[in-house]
Write a protein that binds this ligand. Structure first.
Ligand SMILES: Cc1ncc(COP(=O)(O)O)c(C=O)c1O
Length: 487
Protein backbone atom coordinates (compact mmCIF):
# COMPACT_ATOMS: atom_id res chain seq x y z
CA UNK A 1 0.00 0.00 0.00
CA UNK A 2 1.17 3.54 -0.76
CA UNK A 3 4.10 2.10 -2.69
CA UNK A 4 3.30 4.40 -5.57
CA UNK A 5 4.43 7.38 -3.48
CA UNK A 6 7.99 8.66 -3.24
CA UNK A 7 8.93 7.96 0.38
CA UNK A 8 11.82 6.62 2.38
CA UNK A 9 10.34 3.14 1.88
CA UNK A 10 10.26 3.25 -1.91
CA UNK A 11 13.77 3.90 -3.25
CA UNK A 12 13.60 0.80 -5.44
CA UNK A 13 10.27 1.80 -7.02
CA UNK A 14 11.64 5.29 -7.56
CA UNK A 15 14.81 4.06 -9.24
CA UNK A 16 12.89 1.60 -11.42
CA UNK A 17 10.47 4.30 -12.54
CA UNK A 18 13.17 6.82 -13.42
CA UNK A 19 15.35 4.25 -15.17
CA UNK A 20 12.26 3.12 -17.06
CA UNK A 21 11.54 6.69 -18.11
CA UNK A 22 15.13 7.20 -19.24
CA UNK A 23 15.08 3.93 -21.21
CA UNK A 24 11.78 4.90 -22.82
CA UNK A 25 13.23 8.19 -24.01
CA UNK A 26 16.32 6.37 -25.30
CA UNK A 27 14.21 3.86 -27.26
CA UNK A 28 12.23 6.71 -28.72
CA UNK A 29 15.35 8.71 -29.65
CA UNK A 30 16.89 5.73 -31.41
CA UNK A 31 13.79 5.28 -33.52
CA UNK A 32 13.21 8.81 -34.76
CA UNK A 33 14.98 11.16 -37.17
CA UNK A 34 12.48 13.98 -37.56
CA UNK A 35 10.90 16.67 -35.41
CA UNK A 36 7.49 15.01 -35.28
CA UNK A 37 5.46 12.14 -36.61
CA UNK A 38 3.15 12.54 -39.58
CA UNK A 39 0.10 11.53 -37.55
CA UNK A 40 -3.04 13.50 -38.31
CA UNK A 41 -4.98 15.31 -35.57
CA UNK A 42 -7.76 12.73 -35.99
CA UNK A 43 -5.34 9.84 -35.45
CA UNK A 44 -3.98 11.50 -32.31
CA UNK A 45 -7.47 12.19 -30.99
CA UNK A 46 -8.29 8.54 -31.49
CA UNK A 47 -5.11 7.42 -29.70
CA UNK A 48 -5.75 9.58 -26.66
CA UNK A 49 -9.50 9.01 -26.66
CA UNK A 50 -9.07 5.23 -26.64
CA UNK A 51 -7.44 5.26 -23.20
CA UNK A 52 -9.77 4.18 -20.41
CA UNK A 53 -8.75 6.37 -17.47
CA UNK A 54 -10.85 4.27 -15.10
CA UNK A 55 -8.86 1.12 -15.85
CA UNK A 56 -5.19 1.45 -14.84
CA UNK A 57 -2.64 -0.70 -16.65
CA UNK A 58 -0.96 -3.63 -14.93
CA UNK A 59 2.41 -1.98 -14.20
CA UNK A 60 4.55 1.08 -14.89
CA UNK A 61 6.38 -0.64 -17.76
CA UNK A 62 3.07 -0.90 -19.60
CA UNK A 63 2.31 2.73 -18.78
CA UNK A 64 5.68 3.85 -20.09
CA UNK A 65 5.13 1.89 -23.27
CA UNK A 66 1.67 3.38 -23.70
CA UNK A 67 3.04 6.88 -22.99
CA UNK A 68 5.79 6.41 -25.56
CA UNK A 69 3.20 5.57 -28.20
CA UNK A 70 0.86 8.38 -27.17
CA UNK A 71 3.22 11.16 -26.34
CA UNK A 72 6.89 10.70 -27.19
CA UNK A 73 6.30 9.27 -30.66
CA UNK A 74 4.18 12.28 -31.61
CA UNK A 75 5.71 15.06 -29.53
CA UNK A 76 7.25 18.02 -31.31
CA UNK A 77 10.99 17.67 -30.71
CA UNK A 78 12.86 20.92 -30.29
CA UNK A 79 16.22 19.13 -30.28
CA UNK A 80 15.72 17.97 -33.86
CA UNK A 81 17.50 20.16 -36.43
CA UNK A 82 14.35 20.09 -38.56
CA UNK A 83 12.55 22.08 -35.86
CA UNK A 84 12.92 25.75 -36.77
CA UNK A 85 9.59 27.25 -35.75
CA UNK A 86 9.39 29.04 -32.43
CA UNK A 87 11.57 30.14 -29.52
CA UNK A 88 12.05 26.63 -28.16
CA UNK A 89 15.46 25.20 -27.41
CA UNK A 90 17.12 21.85 -26.89
CA UNK A 91 17.70 21.61 -23.16
CA UNK A 92 20.90 21.42 -21.12
CA UNK A 93 21.22 17.89 -19.77
CA UNK A 94 22.21 19.03 -16.23
CA UNK A 95 18.93 20.96 -16.16
CA UNK A 96 17.01 17.79 -17.00
CA UNK A 97 18.73 16.10 -14.06
CA UNK A 98 17.77 19.08 -11.90
CA UNK A 99 14.14 18.65 -12.92
CA UNK A 100 14.29 15.01 -11.82
CA UNK A 101 15.62 16.08 -8.42
CA UNK A 102 13.08 18.82 -7.82
CA UNK A 103 10.20 16.66 -9.02
CA UNK A 104 11.04 13.95 -6.50
CA UNK A 105 11.65 16.25 -3.54
CA UNK A 106 8.73 18.41 -4.69
CA UNK A 107 10.18 21.55 -3.19
CA UNK A 108 7.86 24.55 -3.16
CA UNK A 109 9.92 27.69 -2.93
CA UNK A 110 7.37 30.16 -1.63
CA UNK A 111 8.38 30.11 2.02
CA UNK A 112 11.55 29.48 3.92
CA UNK A 113 9.92 26.66 5.88
CA UNK A 114 9.18 24.81 2.61
CA UNK A 115 12.43 25.42 0.81
CA UNK A 116 15.43 26.61 2.89
CA UNK A 117 18.43 26.18 0.55
CA UNK A 118 16.21 26.46 -2.50
CA UNK A 119 15.34 30.00 -1.42
CA UNK A 120 19.03 30.83 -1.18
CA UNK A 121 19.81 29.21 -4.55
CA UNK A 122 17.12 31.24 -6.32
CA UNK A 123 18.28 34.40 -4.56
CA UNK A 124 21.93 33.79 -5.58
CA UNK A 125 20.85 33.38 -9.22
CA UNK A 126 18.76 36.54 -9.04
CA UNK A 127 21.76 38.43 -7.66
CA UNK A 128 24.01 36.89 -10.31
CA UNK A 129 21.61 37.91 -13.10
CA UNK A 130 21.35 41.44 -11.68
CA UNK A 131 25.14 41.70 -11.79
CA UNK A 132 25.18 40.43 -15.41
CA UNK A 133 22.61 43.06 -16.34
CA UNK A 134 24.77 45.66 -14.62
CA UNK A 135 22.19 47.02 -12.20
CA UNK A 136 24.04 49.20 -9.68
CA UNK A 137 24.42 47.44 -6.34
CA UNK A 138 23.58 50.75 -4.63
CA UNK A 139 20.00 50.44 -5.96
CA UNK A 140 19.71 47.05 -4.23
CA UNK A 141 18.39 45.18 -7.28
CA UNK A 142 16.26 42.11 -6.79
CA UNK A 143 14.08 39.76 -8.79
CA UNK A 144 12.04 36.61 -8.79
CA UNK A 145 11.70 33.53 -10.95
CA UNK A 146 8.50 33.38 -12.98
CA UNK A 147 6.74 30.99 -15.34
CA UNK A 148 7.87 32.86 -18.46
CA UNK A 149 8.14 36.12 -20.32
CA UNK A 150 4.39 36.68 -20.25
CA UNK A 151 4.30 36.56 -16.46
CA UNK A 152 7.52 38.58 -16.15
CA UNK A 153 6.12 41.29 -18.44
CA UNK A 154 2.84 41.31 -16.54
CA UNK A 155 4.52 41.68 -13.15
CA UNK A 156 6.86 44.35 -14.51
CA UNK A 157 3.96 46.42 -15.82
CA UNK A 158 1.95 45.85 -12.65
CA UNK A 159 4.93 47.08 -10.62
CA UNK A 160 5.38 50.09 -12.91
CA UNK A 161 1.67 50.91 -12.60
CA UNK A 162 1.83 50.75 -8.81
CA UNK A 163 5.04 52.77 -8.70
CA UNK A 164 3.39 55.48 -10.81
CA UNK A 165 0.14 55.48 -8.83
CA UNK A 166 2.02 55.66 -5.55
CA UNK A 167 3.26 59.14 -6.50
CA UNK A 168 1.21 62.08 -5.17
CA UNK A 169 -1.38 63.40 -7.65
CA UNK A 170 -4.51 65.57 -7.43
CA UNK A 171 -6.69 62.91 -9.13
CA UNK A 172 -7.91 59.73 -7.44
CA UNK A 173 -6.38 56.33 -8.20
CA UNK A 174 -9.52 55.35 -10.14
CA UNK A 175 -9.42 58.52 -12.22
CA UNK A 176 -5.75 58.02 -12.98
CA UNK A 177 -6.16 54.37 -14.00
CA UNK A 178 -8.11 55.38 -17.10
CA UNK A 179 -5.40 57.84 -18.12
CA UNK A 180 -2.41 55.52 -17.72
CA UNK A 181 -0.56 54.63 -20.88
CA UNK A 182 2.00 51.99 -21.73
CA UNK A 183 4.24 53.05 -24.56
CA UNK A 184 5.77 50.23 -26.56
CA UNK A 185 7.45 49.67 -29.90
CA UNK A 186 5.18 48.34 -32.61
CA UNK A 187 6.97 44.97 -32.48
CA UNK A 188 6.54 44.53 -28.73
CA UNK A 189 5.32 41.08 -27.70
CA UNK A 190 1.55 40.65 -27.47
CA UNK A 191 1.83 39.93 -23.75
CA UNK A 192 2.36 43.68 -23.23
CA UNK A 193 -1.10 44.53 -24.60
CA UNK A 194 -2.56 41.59 -22.73
CA UNK A 195 -0.97 42.80 -19.48
CA UNK A 196 -2.46 46.28 -20.02
CA UNK A 197 -5.87 44.68 -20.41
CA UNK A 198 -5.45 42.48 -17.32
CA UNK A 199 -4.25 45.49 -15.34
CA UNK A 200 -7.57 47.20 -15.96
CA UNK A 201 -6.16 49.95 -18.14
CA UNK A 202 -8.29 51.51 -20.83
CA UNK A 203 -8.72 49.92 -24.25
CA UNK A 204 -6.41 52.51 -25.82
CA UNK A 205 -3.82 52.29 -23.05
CA UNK A 206 -1.05 50.85 -25.21
CA UNK A 207 0.46 53.51 -27.42
CA UNK A 208 2.51 52.06 -30.22
CA UNK A 209 5.74 53.73 -31.29
CA UNK A 210 6.50 53.26 -34.99
CA UNK A 211 9.55 51.28 -35.93
CA UNK A 212 12.50 52.58 -37.89
CA UNK A 213 13.45 50.95 -41.19
CA UNK A 214 15.22 48.11 -39.42
CA UNK A 215 12.18 47.30 -37.28
CA UNK A 216 13.48 48.77 -34.02
CA UNK A 217 11.58 51.27 -31.93
CA UNK A 218 12.28 54.74 -33.33
CA UNK A 219 13.71 56.77 -30.46
CA UNK A 220 12.77 60.10 -32.09
CA UNK A 221 9.17 58.96 -32.48
CA UNK A 222 9.26 57.85 -28.84
CA UNK A 223 10.01 61.42 -27.79
CA UNK A 224 6.97 62.68 -29.74
CA UNK A 225 4.75 60.00 -28.24
CA UNK A 226 5.87 60.86 -24.70
CA UNK A 227 5.16 64.54 -25.35
CA UNK A 228 1.77 63.76 -26.89
CA UNK A 229 0.67 61.60 -23.96
CA UNK A 230 1.63 64.31 -21.47
CA UNK A 231 -0.03 67.04 -23.59
CA UNK A 232 -3.30 65.10 -23.71
CA UNK A 233 -3.42 64.66 -19.93
CA UNK A 234 -2.24 61.07 -19.87
CA UNK A 235 0.37 59.53 -17.59
CA UNK A 236 2.92 57.02 -18.85
CA UNK A 237 3.13 54.01 -16.55
CA UNK A 238 5.98 52.46 -18.52
CA UNK A 239 7.89 52.44 -21.76
CA UNK A 240 8.55 48.93 -23.03
CA UNK A 241 11.66 48.33 -25.09
CA UNK A 242 12.25 44.91 -26.59
CA UNK A 243 15.65 43.24 -26.65
CA UNK A 244 14.97 40.64 -29.30
CA UNK A 245 11.57 41.02 -30.95
CA UNK A 246 9.79 37.76 -31.56
CA UNK A 247 9.63 37.98 -35.36
CA UNK A 248 12.55 40.16 -36.38
CA UNK A 249 14.90 39.54 -33.46
CA UNK A 250 15.48 43.27 -33.38
CA UNK A 251 16.89 45.00 -30.30
CA UNK A 252 15.45 48.45 -29.62
CA UNK A 253 18.05 51.24 -29.13
CA UNK A 254 18.30 50.84 -25.37
CA UNK A 255 20.57 53.82 -24.57
CA UNK A 256 18.36 56.26 -26.53
CA UNK A 257 15.19 54.80 -25.03
CA UNK A 258 16.74 55.05 -21.55
CA UNK A 259 17.60 58.71 -22.23
CA UNK A 260 14.00 59.44 -23.22
CA UNK A 261 12.66 57.66 -20.14
CA UNK A 262 14.99 59.57 -17.89
CA UNK A 263 14.03 62.86 -19.57
CA UNK A 264 10.32 62.19 -18.97
CA UNK A 265 10.80 60.46 -15.61
CA UNK A 266 9.06 57.26 -16.70
CA UNK A 267 9.64 53.61 -15.95
CA UNK A 268 11.65 51.66 -18.53
CA UNK A 269 10.87 47.97 -18.90
CA UNK A 270 13.15 45.94 -21.16
CA UNK A 271 11.58 42.74 -22.46
CA UNK A 272 14.71 40.64 -22.95
CA UNK A 273 12.77 37.37 -22.89
CA UNK A 274 14.43 36.40 -26.18
CA UNK A 275 17.67 38.42 -26.23
CA UNK A 276 18.52 37.91 -22.55
CA UNK A 277 20.91 35.09 -23.45
CA UNK A 278 23.25 37.76 -24.84
CA UNK A 279 24.10 38.52 -21.22
CA UNK A 280 26.51 35.56 -21.41
CA UNK A 281 27.56 35.85 -25.06
CA UNK A 282 31.34 36.19 -25.37
CA UNK A 283 31.01 38.19 -28.60
CA UNK A 284 27.68 40.02 -28.56
CA UNK A 285 27.08 41.24 -25.00
CA UNK A 286 27.41 44.82 -26.26
CA UNK A 287 24.10 44.47 -28.13
CA UNK A 288 22.43 44.82 -24.72
CA UNK A 289 24.33 47.96 -23.72
CA UNK A 290 21.90 50.25 -21.93
CA UNK A 291 19.91 47.41 -20.37
CA UNK A 292 21.49 48.33 -17.02
CA UNK A 293 19.50 51.58 -17.12
CA UNK A 294 16.15 49.78 -17.13
CA UNK A 295 13.82 49.77 -14.14
CA UNK A 296 12.78 46.19 -14.92
CA UNK A 297 13.95 43.41 -17.22
CA UNK A 298 12.35 40.11 -18.32
CA UNK A 299 14.81 37.29 -18.97
CA UNK A 300 13.63 33.90 -20.22
CA UNK A 301 16.11 31.17 -19.35
CA UNK A 302 13.87 28.73 -21.21
CA UNK A 303 14.66 30.43 -24.51
CA UNK A 304 18.22 31.50 -25.20
CA UNK A 305 19.74 29.82 -22.11
CA UNK A 306 18.80 26.23 -23.07
CA UNK A 307 16.66 25.58 -20.00
CA UNK A 308 13.59 23.35 -19.87
CA UNK A 309 10.25 25.14 -19.55
CA UNK A 310 9.59 26.89 -17.21
CA UNK A 311 12.54 29.09 -16.24
CA UNK A 312 12.29 32.85 -16.40
CA UNK A 313 12.93 35.83 -14.18
CA UNK A 314 11.67 39.32 -13.62
CA UNK A 315 14.52 41.55 -12.54
CA UNK A 316 14.03 44.90 -10.84
CA UNK A 317 16.64 47.61 -10.62
CA UNK A 318 15.25 48.78 -7.27
CA UNK A 319 14.39 45.59 -5.47
CA UNK A 320 12.17 47.35 -2.98
CA UNK A 321 9.58 47.77 -5.74
CA UNK A 322 8.80 44.08 -5.35
CA UNK A 323 6.85 45.12 -2.26
CA UNK A 324 3.88 45.86 -4.55
CA UNK A 325 3.53 42.08 -5.01
CA UNK A 326 3.59 41.34 -1.28
CA UNK A 327 0.49 40.09 0.46
CA UNK A 328 0.80 38.53 3.88
CA UNK A 329 -1.10 35.60 5.32
CA UNK A 330 -0.61 34.63 8.94
CA UNK A 331 -0.35 30.93 8.13
CA UNK A 332 2.28 31.38 5.43
CA UNK A 333 4.28 34.60 5.36
CA UNK A 334 3.46 36.73 8.37
CA UNK A 335 4.56 40.33 8.09
CA UNK A 336 7.49 40.14 10.47
CA UNK A 337 8.96 36.81 9.40
CA UNK A 338 12.65 36.48 10.23
CA UNK A 339 13.64 34.43 7.17
CA UNK A 340 12.99 35.36 3.51
CA UNK A 341 9.73 34.09 2.02
CA UNK A 342 9.92 34.25 -1.78
CA UNK A 343 6.12 34.40 -1.99
CA UNK A 344 6.53 38.02 -0.87
CA UNK A 345 8.02 38.78 -4.30
CA UNK A 346 5.93 36.54 -6.53
CA UNK A 347 2.50 36.57 -8.17
CA UNK A 348 2.37 32.82 -7.56
CA UNK A 349 2.01 31.07 -4.23
CA UNK A 350 2.99 27.42 -4.68
CA UNK A 351 5.95 27.57 -7.02
CA UNK A 352 8.42 25.06 -8.45
CA UNK A 353 12.12 25.22 -7.72
CA UNK A 354 12.93 26.11 -11.32
CA UNK A 355 16.12 27.92 -10.35
CA UNK A 356 17.91 24.62 -9.73
CA UNK A 357 17.96 23.94 -13.48
CA UNK A 358 19.96 27.05 -14.25
CA UNK A 359 22.08 26.56 -11.14
CA UNK A 360 23.14 23.03 -12.11
CA UNK A 361 23.72 24.13 -15.70
CA UNK A 362 26.00 26.95 -14.60
CA UNK A 363 27.85 24.58 -12.26
CA UNK A 364 28.25 21.83 -14.88
CA UNK A 365 28.55 23.73 -18.16
CA UNK A 366 29.37 27.29 -17.18
CA UNK A 367 28.07 30.60 -18.46
CA UNK A 368 30.75 31.03 -21.18
CA UNK A 369 29.81 27.74 -22.86
CA UNK A 370 26.11 28.69 -22.76
CA UNK A 371 27.05 31.98 -24.40
CA UNK A 372 29.14 30.22 -27.03
CA UNK A 373 26.21 27.90 -27.83
CA UNK A 374 23.99 30.94 -28.37
CA UNK A 375 26.71 32.50 -30.53
CA UNK A 376 26.70 29.40 -32.74
CA UNK A 377 22.95 29.79 -33.19
CA UNK A 378 23.33 33.47 -34.11
CA UNK A 379 26.11 32.64 -36.57
CA UNK A 380 23.87 30.03 -38.16
CA UNK A 381 21.10 32.62 -38.59
CA UNK A 382 23.53 34.88 -40.46
CA UNK A 383 24.55 31.99 -42.69
CA UNK A 384 20.92 30.99 -43.28
CA UNK A 385 20.20 34.61 -44.25
CA UNK A 386 22.97 34.43 -46.86
CA UNK A 387 21.70 31.11 -48.20
CA UNK A 388 18.20 32.49 -48.59
CA UNK A 389 19.40 35.75 -50.13
CA UNK A 390 21.51 33.84 -52.68
CA UNK A 391 18.68 31.53 -53.75
CA UNK A 392 16.95 32.95 -56.85
CA UNK A 393 13.57 31.52 -55.81
CA UNK A 394 13.66 32.89 -52.24
CA UNK A 395 13.25 36.43 -50.90
CA UNK A 396 14.94 37.43 -47.67
CA UNK A 397 12.36 39.66 -45.96
CA UNK A 398 14.70 41.12 -43.33
CA UNK A 399 18.37 40.89 -42.51
CA UNK A 400 18.70 38.47 -39.55
CA UNK A 401 19.66 40.14 -36.27
CA UNK A 402 19.38 37.41 -33.64
CA UNK A 403 18.22 33.97 -34.68
CA UNK A 404 15.13 34.46 -36.81
CA UNK A 405 15.17 34.41 -40.60
CA UNK A 406 12.09 35.73 -42.42
CA UNK A 407 11.66 34.79 -46.05
CA UNK A 408 9.25 34.15 -48.87
CA UNK A 409 9.42 31.46 -51.52
CA UNK A 410 8.87 32.89 -55.01
CA UNK A 411 8.88 30.19 -57.67
CA UNK A 412 9.09 31.78 -61.09
CA UNK A 413 5.84 33.29 -62.43
CA UNK A 414 3.84 33.65 -59.22
CA UNK A 415 2.58 37.00 -57.98
CA UNK A 416 2.54 38.47 -54.48
CA UNK A 417 -0.92 37.18 -53.62
CA UNK A 418 0.03 33.65 -54.68
CA UNK A 419 3.26 33.88 -52.70
CA UNK A 420 1.17 34.91 -49.67
CA UNK A 421 -1.13 31.92 -50.05
CA UNK A 422 1.81 29.61 -50.56
CA UNK A 423 3.19 30.45 -47.11
CA UNK A 424 0.41 28.76 -45.17
CA UNK A 425 0.19 25.87 -47.62
CA UNK A 426 3.92 25.18 -47.29
CA UNK A 427 4.02 25.58 -43.52
CA UNK A 428 1.11 23.17 -43.08
CA UNK A 429 2.51 20.65 -45.55
CA UNK A 430 5.86 20.57 -43.76
CA UNK A 431 4.22 20.17 -40.36
CA UNK A 432 1.91 17.44 -41.61
CA UNK A 433 4.82 15.55 -43.16
CA UNK A 434 6.69 15.62 -39.83
CA UNK A 435 9.94 16.33 -41.67
CA UNK A 436 10.33 19.96 -40.65
CA UNK A 437 8.51 22.49 -38.53
CA UNK A 438 8.74 26.15 -39.55
CA UNK A 439 6.65 29.16 -38.55
CA UNK A 440 4.87 31.86 -40.47
CA UNK A 441 4.06 35.45 -39.66
CA UNK A 442 3.11 38.76 -41.23
CA UNK A 443 5.71 41.50 -41.59
CA UNK A 444 5.02 44.78 -43.35
CA UNK A 445 1.64 43.45 -44.48
CA UNK A 446 3.17 40.46 -46.25
CA UNK A 447 2.90 36.90 -45.05
CA UNK A 448 6.25 35.13 -44.80
CA UNK A 449 7.86 31.96 -43.58
CA UNK A 450 10.01 32.14 -40.47
CA UNK A 451 12.90 30.08 -39.23
CA UNK A 452 13.63 30.54 -35.54
CA UNK A 453 16.92 28.92 -34.61
CA UNK A 454 17.78 28.04 -31.03
CA UNK A 455 19.58 24.78 -31.66
CA UNK A 456 23.39 25.05 -31.77
CA UNK A 457 23.53 21.62 -33.44
CA UNK A 458 21.59 22.74 -36.52
CA UNK A 459 23.82 23.33 -39.55
CA UNK A 460 23.70 25.13 -42.88
CA UNK A 461 23.09 21.72 -44.49
CA UNK A 462 19.90 21.42 -42.40
CA UNK A 463 18.84 24.84 -43.65
CA UNK A 464 19.44 23.79 -47.29
CA UNK A 465 17.51 20.57 -46.69
CA UNK A 466 14.50 22.39 -45.23
CA UNK A 467 14.55 24.94 -48.06
CA UNK A 468 14.36 22.01 -50.49
CA UNK A 469 11.37 20.70 -48.53
CA UNK A 470 9.80 24.16 -48.87
CA UNK A 471 10.33 24.04 -52.64
CA UNK A 472 8.83 20.62 -53.03
CA UNK A 473 5.85 21.44 -50.76
CA UNK A 474 5.29 24.57 -52.85
CA UNK A 475 5.31 22.53 -56.08
CA UNK A 476 2.63 20.24 -54.64
CA UNK A 477 0.64 23.18 -53.27
CA UNK A 478 0.79 25.57 -56.21
CA UNK A 479 -2.33 24.32 -58.04
CA UNK A 480 -4.23 24.33 -54.70
CA UNK A 481 -2.99 27.80 -53.79
CA UNK A 482 -3.90 29.11 -57.26
CA UNK A 483 -7.38 27.59 -56.99
CA UNK A 484 -7.87 29.20 -53.55
CA UNK A 485 -6.95 32.55 -55.12
CA UNK A 486 -9.44 32.08 -57.95
CA UNK A 487 -12.33 31.51 -55.53
C1 LIG B 1 9.93 39.11 -26.82
C2 LIG B 1 9.08 38.13 -26.06
N1 LIG B 1 8.54 38.49 -24.89
C3 LIG B 1 7.76 37.66 -24.18
C4 LIG B 1 7.47 36.39 -24.64
C5 LIG B 1 6.59 35.48 -23.84
O1 LIG B 1 7.35 34.50 -23.22
P1 LIG B 1 6.69 33.19 -22.61
O2 LIG B 1 6.21 32.40 -23.77
O3 LIG B 1 7.80 32.55 -21.86
O4 LIG B 1 5.58 33.60 -21.72
C6 LIG B 1 8.00 35.97 -25.86
C7 LIG B 1 7.71 34.64 -26.38
O5 LIG B 1 8.09 34.26 -27.43
C8 LIG B 1 8.83 36.86 -26.59
O6 LIG B 1 9.36 36.51 -27.76
Amino acid sequence: MNDFLFTRRTPAQYARALHGAVDTVAVHLAGTDRPRSAATPEELEELVGAVDLDRPLEDLDAVLEETRRLYLDHAVHFHDPGYMAHLNCPVAIPAVAADALTAAVNTAVETWDQSTTATLVEQRLVDWTAARIGFPAADEPDGVFTSGGTQSNFQALFTAREDRLSRPHPLTRQERLGRLRIVAGEHAHFSVAKAAHLLGLSADAVVSVPADRGGALDAVALEWVLHDVAASGGEVAAVVATAGSTDLGVIDPLPAVADACRGHDVWLHVDAAYGGGLLVSPTRRHLLDGIERADSVSVDFHKSWFQPVAASALMLRRGRNLRFSTWSAEYLNPRHAVRPNLVDKSLQTTRRFDALKLWMTLRAVGAPELGRALDRVLDLAQEAGRIVADAPDMELVARPVLSTVLFRHRPRGIDDAEADRLVEAVRTALFDSGRAVVASTVVGGRRCLKFTFLNPVTTAADVERVLDLVRSAARDALPVAAAAGAR
